[in-house]
Design a protein around this ligand. Structure first.
Ligand code: HEC
Ligand SMILES: [Cu+2]
Length: 351
């Protein structure tokens, strides 16, 4: 079900290869403090959370041991080829040696010890990465995978209604986050390489995982289990901010949706059309098929990280979502120009 550690070594190698082949180094801005959004690389080689760090050091250990074995075996091979090559004047077979207890013992015991060390290190990593209990003081978040976007529900610590948002998870730096993952349709997999290994979201069951962002910034990831046509555009964004910023974000998210008189026309359009059947805007509509839009204006992107959120992209999205994200589960509602203008104003006012 989970693939955090067992497959992590293989997926690290594959991902490293793919990442460097497909994106080069520039596609994902590496962590330069100057970049305004502080986008963190999706590289598996820059862990910034305890579980990611442990997976990384386990992989380094495995690669290290394998490299040492490679060097010793190839070294002995090359040495034998050169040292015992046929020289001028030599004839016939060289001396044939059969059976050597010390050598056979060595090549039985040494691999056993190596496998034992690797098994111990792996078990320890799995135990830390796949916790069964939330870490002390963790922020509890439910993650629900949908074709092809992410829903987040952040428990309210004072027992109030949880924050419901989509695609962008905001968390405090330096505090553990305990995720409970479920799926609304097919199997997805939550993977932000800098924060943790992959954890599958399986219909009909809950999985757990955790991370703790060690520095502020936006951590990128993506669905890591093929889930249909727009799987590749089911992107992940985790924004780690300091505790004070987190509190003010949390406060803003629990506030009711804005009802600016200036955007009342857009609200009316929203409520008149099918939008309200699929989208929730607290206080106005309760649709749960698509992302919650109550505080859409506070997000940086739309369509699961495919496009930045601004007037142009939002308008293009509402004209025809199938243009930007073919096959996605939002239809074009054939809106008129005035309806589009009013809706865009309204949605952008929802901070
Ligand atoms: C049949 C259900 C359905 C209807 C009707 C619908 N939507 Fe959507 N909408 C979705 C789904 C599903 C998504 C997520 C698409 C994705 O990212 O794959 C979405 C995404 C969005 C987004 C982007 C949200 C985000 O955080 O990425 C906005 C904005 C939006 N819809 C607004 C509207 C408006 C306005 C209307 C009415 C004109 C509307 N929707 C009608 C299902 C619907
Ligand atoms: Cu998916």
């Amino acid at each position: 079900m989970r693939s955090s550690t067992g497959a992590s070594f293989v997926s690290m190698i594959v991902a490293a290869g793919l990442a460097s082949a497909a994106f080069g180094v520039d596609a994902v801005p590496l962590c330069s403090p100057a970049s305004e959004a502080q986008l963190q690389s999706t590289s598996i080689l820059t862990p910034m959370s305890p579980p990611a760090r442990e997976i990384h050091s386990l992989a380094a250990l495995v690669v290290g041991i394998c490299a040492a074995i490679f060097i010793v075996v190839e070294g002995v091979l090359l040495w034998s080829i050169i040292r015992y090559r046929r020289r001028a004047g030599e004839r016939g077979e060289p001396v044939q040696v059969f059976g050597s207890n010390p050598i056979e013992l060595a090549w039985t015991v040494i691999p056993l010890v190596i496998v034992f060390v690797l098994a111990l290190a792996t078990v320890r990593t799995i135990k830390d990465v796949q916790r069964t209990e939330p870490p002390e003081g963790a922020l509890a978040v439910d993650v629900i995978g949908h074709q092809w976007w992410w829903e987040y529900r952040i428990a309210d610590e004072d027992g109030g209604t949880p924050i419901v948002t989509a695609n962008e998870l905001v968390v405090p730096v330096g505090r553990p986050v305990w995720l409970r993952l479920a799926s609304a349709d097919v199997i997805h997999s939550w993977w932000v390489p800098a924060l943790n290994g992959k954890t599958d979201l399986v219909p009909g069951r809950f999985n757990n995982t955790w991370f703790e962002a060690e520095k502020a910034g936006t951590f990128l990831g993506q669905c890591a289990e093929y889930c249909g046509t727009q799987h590749a555009n089911m992107l992940l964004r985790v924004r780690a901010v300091d505790e004070a910023q987190f509190e003010s974000w949390r406060h803003a998210q629990t506030a009711p949706a804005r009802e600016d008189p200036s955007s009342a026309a857009g609200r009316a359009v929203f409520l008149r059309l099918a939008c309200m059947n699929c989208h929730a805007i607290d206080g106005s509509s309760a649709g749960a098929f698509g992302p919650n839009l109550t505080h859409l204006g506070s997000r940086e992107t739309i369509a699961a990280g495919m496009a930045p959120l601004n007037r142009d992209t939002l308008r293009a999205w509402l004209v025809d979502p199938q243009q930007l994200k073919p096959g996605c589960n939002m239809p074009s509602l054939q809106l008129t120009e005035p309806e589009l203008d009013a809706l865009v104003d309204y949605l952008l006012s929802l901070h």
